[in-house]
Ligand binder design. Sequence first.
Ligand SMILES: [Zn+2]
Length: 98
Amino acid sequence: MAEEPKTGASAPETAGASGGAAVTSAPKLKTRKPKQRACDEKDPKGKLCNGHLKRWYDYPQEIAALIGPAAEIYRCEFCKTLYRPDPAQQPHSYTQRY
Ligand SMILES: [Zn+2]
């Protein structure tokens, strides 16, 4: 009795077409200008986004890897551009080393 090695049982097709929608693209990360409250990103047509920058608390892991686990981060409500706080305006949680 010769047993056939079970290799390649009904060749699995690679699911989906490669080069499709790659969702995990690195988000755009900018730094807020002093007193900046609205997004200053421009769309391909040159129109100012002007979206409201909202404090973003529950960001996912991949964002945490980018900015840190408990970082202060803001996100445009329209284009989802991320904004770091203005370094000139120190956050209250800033631990200053002596
Ligand atoms: Zn925007």
